[in-house]
Design a protein around this ligand. Structure first.
Ligand SMILES: *Cc1c(COP(=O)(O)O)cnc(C)c1O
Length: 232
């Protein structure tokens, strides 16, 4: 089942690229495996998937230890400063940096292990109160501070769009994040790259790809609905 769903998502990404005149190779699919067992991740691996996303530090670490080391693990959820040390050497990319204090902690942990840690700045484009992320207005000034940290490298932006019945409703959100990345890119700041736009989830990744996403984070569309009743 996982293999089939993966192929379906990949086909949808190709279609969205065709529709918008993009090269499908510009779009990286992150299989969001949170709450899902190792056996399902192995199924995805057998179907050629090597990049996985987790939103909890503990779960990322456990899966990292249990699975082959050729996989890439992305931390996509909110990150507490006291947990950075556990993933400093494991996360291929941290998608959820939204404060200078968090970036400073990542910098500190990066220095300890002599690794420049790649991050994205999480932007709360839709201004949802319940969500993490920096506002569009504050993004530039935050980046101007974070780019001074030698063990942190900003590679782009990430957003979590609202859950909406019609994915078209999120098109303006994705367009706004893309425009913001173009604006930031034009400033040519040292140590700042705007190569990655992480946007789009199961419900709306096709629209996100049409609007320029270079990473989509798909969980349910690959692994099926999550069951939270058994966790804790
Ligand atoms: C869970 C999660 C996803 C995947 O959500 P689906 O709707 O299952 O595709 C993507 N991004 C983040 C930050 C998440 O926490």
């Amino acid at each position: 089942m996982v293999a089939e769903q993966l192929q379906n998502v990949r086909a949808e990404i190709r279609k969205a690229c065709e529709k918008s005149g993009r090269n499908p190779e510009e779009v990286t699919l992150i299989a969001v495996s949170k709450t899902k067992p190792i056996s399902m991740i192995r199924e995805a691996m057998d179907a050629g998937q090597t990049i996985f996303g987790e939103n909890k530090v503990q779960e990322l670490c456990t899966k990292y230890e249990e699975l082959p080391k050729n996989l890439e693990w992305h931390l996509i959820g909110h990150l507490q400063r006291n947990k950075v040390k556990y993933i400093a050497d494991k996360a291929a990319l941290i998608h959820s940096v939204d404060s200078l204090r968090l970036a400073e902690t990542i910098n500190h942990e990066g220095e300890k292990i002599q690794r420049v840690i790649p991050v994205l700045i999480e932007v709360n484009v839709a201004q949802e109160e319940t969500k993490f992320g920096v506002s569009v207005e504050e993004t530039m000034s935050l980046i101007e501070e974070i780019c001074k940290l030698p063990y942190v490298q900003i590679q782009g932006l990430m957003t979590i769009a609202p859950y909406v019945p019609d994915p078209e409703e999120n098109r303006p959100v994705f367009r706004k994040l893309k425009q913001l990345s173009v604006d930031i890119s034009s400033k040519n700041m040292n140590n700042v790259h705007m190569d990655i736009l992480s946007m789009g989830m199961t419900n709306d990744y096709q629209v996100a790809v049409e609007e320029g996403a270079t990473m989509v984070r798909v969980g349910t569309g690959i692994f099926g609905e999550r069951d939270y009743s058994k966790t804790k």
